[in-house]
Design a binder for this molecule. Structure first.
Ligand SMILES: [Zn+2]
Length: 270
């Protein structure tokens, strides 16, 4: 499932492909449930003819400001990805939606499982629930993370998935951040020590930075068709695999029904 690094990779791909400045034609929407707001008809009419002013990211959302203070907001869901190709090229399988560009190319929203979402909104935050800090912004501090965890008794794994605690983390990078910080995924949020809080903060930043760097290198090496799913985390996610740090077999837990891999030696129960 796309998390912050995958969505940022998509953003960088769209920018490098020259989407900014292009005018969109009337999109072809083949799966109406993707459009959350407004109606499908209003969405098509509202997008057609508008120029893309920028491509931004907030958490796992992509936001393209258009003319007239409208915003195309996009969530990749479980399996979504975007590609820009010449309009006369053979579309890859599972293209659900097509946005023609005024230079003869088109932006294709490929979405096998159809869990992606699109909005056209004047206020893009209407698409999102309350969002916490962006972990790769320099403004993300240990104090912010500390404040977000005050009084929170839920397991850390669950809290890290709440977009209101930190924006953009999903299952894989939450596990990786807990592994890198040596903290057990079921520790309650309000039990972290003064040593553990900066460790967790640093691990979140490290996990995401390593990944966004890996995507940047892959885009460079494999342009114009860079990968959309790398696995640049260090905690193995396989039964029988061992911790790269201590050699102990990694364990699988269900935390709030999410599969959670951890090392029982490096991440002792608190
Ligand atoms: Zn270990």
């Amino acid at each position: 499932m796309p998390e912050l690094p995958e969505v940022e990779n998509t953003r960088q791909y769209l920018i490098r492909s020259g989407l900014v400045g292009r005018r969109l034609g009337a999109p072809e929407i083949t799966w109406a449930n993707t459009i959350r707001e407004p109606s499908v008809g209003e969405f098509i009419e509202g997008v057609a003819g508008r120029r893309v002013a920028d491509v931004r990211r907030r958490g796992k959302y992509l936001i393209a400001p258009l003319d007239d203070e409208q915003h195309l907001v996009l969530h990749l869901g479980m399996t979504g990805r975007l590609r820009i190709h010449d309009g006369d090229s053979e579309p890859p399988p599972m293209v659900r939606h097509t946005f023609p560009l005024d230079d003869g190319r088109e932006m294709r929203f490929i979405d096998p499982r159809k869990f992606g979402h699109l909005w056209l909104l004047s206020d893009p935050t209407d698409a999102m629930s309350k969002m916490g800090p962006e972990p790769l912004e320099p403004s993300f501090t240990v104090e912010m993370l500390t404040d977000a965890l005050v009084g929170r008794k839920a397991p850390l794994k669950a809290l890290l998935l709440e977009q209101s605690v930190v924006a953009g983390l999903g299952n894989l990078y939450a596990d990786e951040a807990l592994f890198l910080s040596g903290i057990h995924p079921e520790r309650a949020g309000n039990t972290l020590s003064d040593d553990e809080l900066p460790r967790l903060h640093g691990a979140i930043v490290t996990a995401l930075t390593r990944s966004t760097d890996a995507y940047a290198a892959a885009r460079e090496a494999e342009w114009p068709d860079p990968p959309t799913a790398l696995s640049p985390w260090t905690i193995p996610r396989d039964k029988g695999a061992v911790c790269p740090r201590c050699g102990t077999e990694v364990q699988l837990l269900r935390v709030r029904n999410r599969s959670t891999w951890y090392c029982p030696d490096c991440q002792p129960a608190g």
